[in-house]
Design a protein around this ligand. Structure first.
Ligand code: MG
Length: 215
């Protein structure tokens, strides 16, 4: 049990509090091709296309649907469900700890998740930029998601004057690797463990609700 040993818990969103990969799901929800989005991302990872070009192509893909506006995207994000035990576990954790979401997803999505769960503190990787009519025109995304999460974590503990040793992180994938390396208490939530994260994890559980045994 970590009760009394730590004060703050940082949670990932995609794959941890939800089953979704929000980047691909929003592409599908807008009415665009998920395969085209995956292909762009793969080309970016292989260095066949640079970040600016990949970003412009993805925004074009979204804009062509006619749905890439703040109202549609917000309504869509709100309609998605979290894992069935997400609310229960967050309510449980909030009783004894400060809880903060740190996600690689867009700000508009992480904000809706934070509101649903009643979590006041959250960080997203991507800022969506809309024009005065609410149409999506750009976004600011950090390619090194794991390092971005680490920077956001440091910003948070500085703001609240918390020692790093009093923090735990909960996640499932690549973007959590740096925090799992940095923190003593990294807890992986996964049905099928992520090989690298599992090696760095202090503990691994299969379901969110299993976290009650740790916290
Ligand atoms: Mg994740």
């Amino acid at each position: 049990m970590l009760r009394g040993k730590i004060s703050s818990i940082f949670l990932d969103v995609d794959g941890t509090l939800s089953d979704d990969i929000s980047w691909l799901k929003i592409t599908e929800s807008l009415g665009a091709s998920k395969e085209k989005h995956i292909s762009l991302f793969e080309k970016l990872k292989r260095g066949q296309i640079n970040y600016e070009d990949a970003k412009i192509k993805l925004i074009n893909l979204w804009q062509k649907t006619g749905n890439a506006n703040q109202k549609f995207m917000e309504k869509t994000y709100r309609s998605w469900n979290l894992r069935q035990d997400a609310n229960e576990i967050i309510d449980y954790l909030k009783k004894n700890y400060l809880v903060c979401l740190i996600s690689g997803a867009t700000d508009l999505y992480v904000q809706t998740v934070a509101e649903k769960l009643g979590v006041p503190d959250w960080f997203a990787n991507t800022e969506l930029i809309f024009d005065s009519k609410g149409n999506l025109i750009d976004f600011i995304y950090f390619q090194n998601q794991a390092e971005k999460k680490h920077e956001q974590f440091k910003e948070y503990i500085k703001k609240y004057k918390i020692s790093q040793s009093k923090c735990a992180v909960i996640g499932d994938g690549d973007s959590d690797i740096v925090l799992f390396k940095e923190l003593k208490y990294g807890i992986e939530v996964n049905e099928f463990p992520h090989s690298e994260l599992q090696k760095l994890a202090w503990k691994s559980v299969r379901k969110l609700i299993d976290l009650k045994e740790i916290f």
